[in-house]
Write a protein that binds this ligand. Structure first.
Ligand code: NAP
Length: 365
């Protein structure tokens, strides 16, 4: 023991790693050696937000060393640039722009980016593919939650829930009035869905149950699922002209950026309700503000906008015919838990050398 207690040793690990351990007790030698060996193998993962549902962090922590951005604001770009250097994986959010410059700084060891979102417009897919970096995302598991929120926004906007509640709190509810706080109903209306993907289909299915007259949609491709609600594919112009409610659930792409501009709002019915739960950039926001102020359209309900968070002095917040929510689409507890788990599992599959086991890889063409 005495001999062992003051030992200088060199252990040559199977991995080719050489560990030097000086002057330690024998049991310490053993534990330090094992943990050091494990640590040398543990990949490093950057998590870009402090408040991730526990399961995601637990799964990652078991296998990786984590660097976690510690403030509850989107990680500033300069911090991302510093913290991403040398990591093997990144757990990111839709607020983190991962582009060529970031990847260049990160280094060639970076193997996987897992985004806790279905939208991936914040990722430079070309740059990721060029570096053979795997990308994971979370489609499907947030469809229902986002559709629920979209329906809530349709109803809150058309039936003026926030406006009425605020008026009541100001003491303006003087009597049950036949004309006060009325809004357009869904029954018998034409609903136009822009981007009939997973979320758009679920929204259409739900809205059909309100006895709407017709559901029309635009998408790049015809959707067989639309048969269930007699959905009809139309041109964008037709959708603008015919719809009483327009619900935007498209992906953000170069083609859909600023799709809703002054010209588009001018083609919509004056009585129309505009709902956006996709991405803020699909809308030219100044044009929307003008359309709401001039009553070119009747009202808007937005879960997404530019920028996020919206500055408190934004004109949008002053308009009584605009309902704004702080990007809550997928914010139900079960969904966010599943999203965190899937994101962690996407990352771990790649880091253990089995990208084919990623639960949800983003296949980059
Ligand atoms: P998805 O299934 O991929 O649906 C996206 C749809 O956009 C597809 O149907 C696609 O049409 C359509 N599209 C793409 N380019 C178009 C264009 N130029 N014109 C018309 N439609 C176009 O995705 P998802 O799961 O439904 O999610 C949709 C989007 O919702 C996400 O990308 C994300 O930005 C947003 N989102 C927001 C929240 C929130 O919190 N508010 C939550 C989740 C998702 P094709 O199928 O024909 O290609």
């Amino acid at each position: 023991m005495a001999l062992l207690s003051r030992i200088n040793c060199v252990i040559r690990a199977g991995t080719g790693v050489t560990l030097k351990i000086f002057r330690m007790e024998s049991n310490q030698i053993l534990s330090r050696t094992v943990s050091d060996l494990q640590n040398t193998k543990r990949p490093k993962v950057l998590v870009t937000f402090p408040h991730i549902p526990e399961i995601g962090i637990e799964l990652l922590k078991n296998k990786c060393d984590l660097i976690i951005w510690d403030k509850p604001v989107a990680i500033p770009r300069e911090e991302l640039m510093k913290k991403i250097v040398g990591v093997d994986g990144v757990y990111c959010l839709l607020t983190d722009k991962i582009d060529n410059e970031i990847l260049e700084v990160a280094g060639p060891q970076l193997k996987v980016v897992g985004t806790m979102s279905v939208g991936y417009n914040h990722l430079d897919l070309k740059a990721l593919k060029a570096r053979n970096i795997h990308v994971g995302y979370t489609p499907g598991i947030l469809t229902n939650a986002t559709a629920e929120l979209t329906i809530a926004l349709v109803l809150a906007t058309s039936r003026r829930l926030f406006e009425a509640n605020a008026a009541m709190l100001r003491g303006e509810w003087t009597a049950w009035s036949p004309t006060w706080m009325c809004g357009p109903g869904l029954k018998g209306s034409t609903v136009g869905i822009v981007g009939l993907g997973r979320i758009g289909i679920k929204v259409a299915e739900c809205l059909a149950s309100f006895d709407v007259k017709k559901i029309i949609y635009t998408s790049r491709t015809e959707k067989k699922e639309a048969a269930a609600f007699c959905g009809q594919k139309v041109t964008f112009n037709e959708l603008l002209h015919q719809s009483d409610f327009i619900v935007v659930t498209t992906a953000l792409t170069p083609e859909t950026t600023n799709l809703f501009n002054e010209e588009a709002f001018a083609k919509m019915k004056k009585t129309s309700v505009f709902i956006n739960t996709s991405r803020g950039e699909v809308v030219d926001q100044d044009a929307l503000i003008q359309a709401l102020k001039n009553k070119t359209i009747w009202a808007a309900g937005l879960d997404v906008m530019v920028p996020e968070p919206i500055p408190l002095d934004s004109e949008l917040l002053k308009l009584s015919n605009c309902v704004i929510l702080p990007h809550l689409g997928s914010a139900n507890i079960e969904t966010r838990t599943k999203m965190a788990k899937m994101t962690a599992e996407n990352i771990l599959a790649v880091l253990r050398g089995a990208p084919e086991e990623m639960p949800s890889p983003l296949n980059i063409e």
